[in-house]
Design a protein around this ligand. Structure first.
Ligand SMILES: Cc1ncc(COP(=O)(O)O)c(C=O)c1O
Length: 368
């Protein structure tokens, strides 16, 4: 195999591998004109709840909406504080702000996830909830965070946008918090053909609240019990996701395999590989290393034809949009170190064995 370019992700190839099933599923939705909500959405919701081992699943139109509606279902609003990791995609913070509450940013631990010890120091009388993000596909320290939230009477919400199918001590993530939030953005381990998301939970009262909130505050046509939103899942996305769900375990297995190859194969004095939690089964949405001189390192990989990413180069607490919260540079040192040095390597199920070898070789030959 002659390798000239390795993309960060190859969604076209993923589609081609399952094209017939996807095309058939989409045609069924079109034949039945079941575009907004409807039986394909209900069918996917049942399948995904069973997969994540929760009583309920409500499909919505994005991962951001899943977080937003979850916080609203918990009654969170103006005057409340919600503790979240500064090392996350910005949508985790947006959801808090949309409700009128204030995000309070916690630093990350050695696994790049929310640090439960730091969370404890941030709790005030106004704190109502903590959002733990299973970042990069690796579960956060569920036990320690749950202990803290239970002790202080706080809600735990799981942001599982990057972790479909991951486990904590053999239990699927998504069933530990009051609610868990999933994104099906196309690049996710389980990705739609557009925007999509879901909320899983075990408590019927939260589920009922979400059903109303996502549908203009209504369960019966033209009767609006509360102010709601148009945040329903599309039928087309649901049908596509249900086909893809059958492949998720196999795809996650491939991601774990590639991560193992990287863990074993990458041997370079300046490259820091991610720490893997023993209690967790990660699904490696991302494989993030750190290097001292990132620009130089990324240039080297580009010269070798390897595309990489950065997750995330500016932490949430230092974003312009949150300037009014007055966080200073240096306030969350672990997160800020990661932001300055992180590099995400290609990790997707369609990556060939020779490409994995090539990436490892290119990294090991890097000269500073
Ligand atoms: C950790 C995290 N939370 C929330 C989201 C938001 O999901 P979406 O893009 O589907 O709105 C994402 C997706 O990018 C994410 O990675």
């Amino acid at each position: 195999m002659v390798i000239s370019k390795i993309p960060f992700l190859n969604l076209k190839q993923q589609y081609l591998n399952i094209k017939d099933d996807i095309d058939h599923a989409m045609q069924q939705v079109i034949n039945e004109a079941a575009f907004a909500g409807g039986k394909f959405v209900a069918s996917f919701e049942d399948a995904f709840a069973a997969y994540q081992n929760t009583n309920y699943c409500a499909g919505v139109n994005s991962g951001t909406s899943s977080l937003h509606l979850s916080l609203l279902a918990l009654g969170i609003g103006a005057g409340d504080e919600v503790i979240i990791p500064a090392n996350s995609f910005i949508a985790t913070a947006w959801a808090v702000s949309y409700t009128g509450a204030t995000p309070v940013f916690a630093d990350c631990d050695a696994y790049y996830n929310i640090d439960p010890t730091h969370v404890k120091t941030l709790i005030t009388k106004k704190t109502k909830a903590v959002i733990g993000v299973h970042l990069y596909g690796q579960p956060f320290n569920v036990e320690d965070l749950l202990q803290t939230t239970e002790q202080h009477g706080l809600y735990l919400v799981e942001d599982a946008a990057q972790a479909h199918g991951a486990y904590w001590k053999g239990e699927p993530i998504g069933s530990f918090g009051a609610l868990s939030c999933f994104s099906f953005y196309p690049s996710k381990n389980l990705g739609a053909f557009g925007e999509s998301g879901a909320i899983c939970c075990n408590d019927k009262k939260y589920y009922d609240a979400i059903l109303k909130l996502r549908n203009h505050g209504s369960l019966e046509k033209y009767q609006h019990e509360r102010i709601g939103y148009n945040m329903r899942m599309d039928g087309l996305q649901a049908a596509i996701l249900e086909i893809k769900l059958h492949h998720l375990e196999k795809w996650n297995y491939s991601r774990r395999y590639i991560a193992r190859r990287y863990q074993e194969g990458i041997q370079h004095s300046v490259v820091q590989k991610p720490k893997i939690r023993e209690q967790a089964t990660s699904v490696f949405h991302l494989y993030v290393i750190t290097v001292p001189d990132r620009d130089h390192f990324v240039k080297h990989l580009e010269t070798c034809g390897i595309s990489c990413g950065m997750h995330y180069p500016i932490p949430c607490h230092l974003q312009e949009a949150y300037r009014h919260l007055n966080y200073k540079k240096g306030s969350l040192p672990n997160t800020e170190f990661l932001a300055a040095h992180c590099v995400s390597l290609p990790i997707f199920p369609e990556l060939h064995e020779e490409e994995i070898d090539y990436i490892i070789e290119a990294i090991n030959q890097y000269k500073r």
